[in-house]
Design a protein around this ligand. Structure first.
Ligand code: ADP
Ligand code: MG
Length: 419
């Protein structure tokens, strides 16, 4: 079957979008790929179609259960043989998935990155090598990205044993630094690079200056209009999310990390299926959530970073139709963020500050130094002083100084070897 035939017959799409075809071709030929495309552009197809074209089993590493479940459900509905292994499933399910993987009956196996730390698991995968490896939300591997997951870091250790399969790394947000980091961490072999613009033509981005007390009323009024729904409203806290959801009434539910997994799952499912029109969420909601027809994304407070903001508004208008994103903002919000920034990243001077950053597993020296806001010389002096006091510390060259042993040290040694 040609790639086009698979596109029509398996996925039911009339044609490729943007560069999908070129990406699929490169991956099918067995090349490593780094694909950076905006949210909603259709990255999943770029590993799923080559996986089918190549035959065998594709191993997909994905950072979130919701994301895995969503993709697995879609592939299963398309008649493909799919299994998942994550903490939300029973041991027996996981065992069955492993058996099916070893029997070669699976076309897709989705796993969470932390699974690689389970003794014996990477060895099991290596026994029957995958035909393709996809790393979804690949920016999670980089400490320079906005969603760093330490578990992604360890992937680089295990991937060599799963070769020669091509590795496809996919993400929507990667600065050039993060892109380089992804290529280095995953040890991609002369990857084909597909980097696309971040412009979303169908999103109107509005910033409205408004005092805090007026925001709930504004939001309620705006979402009364059917044209503005379905909508995602981002609230700054669990409490704020609950309150606003209460004001919005029956068509709205809150979503935050304080709810039990079952409730969260339910809110998500009802939202995806269209039964629920408004979700008032904290940042806990959304990564990879693929709902095509979100018409409005409202931020009732300033997001933590521009990258986070980009991701969150990116959930609007995935179907390509005109959509609005509205940021409600005041000078006071900005002051609050400044306060948190100062608190989390106070000016350097104290040795203790350096010591505490050093206990952070897997961090790179450059990053440590930046966090501690020091020049290289001051940083190294601090490290030597710590070392002389019996601690273990890492200097700017990445060398371990001192004899103290801490849990981070082993992980760090591995990282240094990797680079
Ligand atoms: P991303 O991972 O880039 O955010 P997804 O892979 O989740 O995006 O795809 C977003 C939506 O676009 C999905 O609903 C998917 O089915 C749809 N899609 C992808 N490729 C095509 C295509 N060639 N034609 C039509 N729809 C597509
Ligand atoms: Mg995706």
């Amino acid at each position: 079957m040609t790639l086009e035939q698979i596109l029509h017959e398996t996925f039911g799409f009339p044609g490729f979008r943007a560069n999908q075809e070129a990406v699929c071709r490169a991956a099918t030929e067995g090349r490593d790929v780094l694909l950076v495309m905006p949210t909603g552009a259709g990255k999943s197809l770029c590993y799923q179609l080559p996986a089918i074209a190549r035959g065998g089993t594709a191993l997909v590493i994905s950072p979130l259960i919701a994301l895995m479940d969503d993709q697995a459900a879609k592939l299963t509905a398309a008649g493909l043989r799919v299994a998942r292994i994550h903490s939300g499933l029973s041991r027996e399910d996981a065992r069955q998935a492993c058996r099916d993987y070893l029997d070669g009956t699976l076309q897709f196996l989705f796993i969470a990155p932390e699974r690689m730390r389970v003794p014996g698991f990477p060895e099991m995968l290596a026994k029957k090598k995958p035909a393709l490896i996809a790393i979804d939300e690949a920016h999670c591997i980089s400490a320079w990205g906005h969603d760093f997951r330490p578990d992604y870091r360890t992937l680089g250790d295990y991937l060599p044993s799963l070769r020669p399969a091509p590795i496809i790394a996919l993400t929507a947000t990667a600065t050039p630094t993060v892109q380089r980091d992804i290529v280095a961490q995953l040890n991609l072999n002369q990857p084909a690079l597909f980097i696309h613009g971040f412009r979303r033509e169908n999103l109107a981005i509005e910033v409205v200056e408004m005092s805090k007390p007026r925001r709930p009323e504004f939001t309620v009024k705006l979402l009364k209009d059917k044209e503005n729904r379905p909508a995602i409203v981002y609230a700054p806290s669990r409490k704020a999310a609950e309150e606003l959801a209460g004001m919005l009434g029956r068509g709205a539910s809150a979503y935050h990390a304080g709810l039990d997994p079952q409730t969260r799952e339910e809110v998500q499912t009802r939202f995806l299926s269209g039964k629920l029109e408004i979700v008032v969420a904290t940042i806990a909601f959304g990564m990879g959530i693929d709902k095509a027809d979100v018409r409005t994304v409202i931020h009732t407070a300033l997001p933590g970073s521009v990258e986070a903001y980009y991701q969150e508004i990116g959930r609007a208008g995935r179907d390509g139709n005109a959509s609005r994103t509205i940021l409600l903002y005041s000078f006071a919000d900005r002051k609050m963020h400044d306060f948190f920034l100062e608190r989390d990243y106070p000016p350097p001077t104290e040795l203790s500050r350096v010591a505490s950053t050093l206990t952070d597993e897997f961090q790179m020296p450059d990053l440590l130094r930046q966090r501690a806001r020091m020049d290289a010389e001051t940083f190294d002096k601090a490290v030597e002083k710590l070392a002389s006091q019996g601690a273990a510390a890492i200097n700017i060259e990445g060398n371990v100084r001192g004899t103290g042993s801490t849990s981070w040290r082993k992980g760090y040694d591995e990282q240094v070897n990797l680079r």
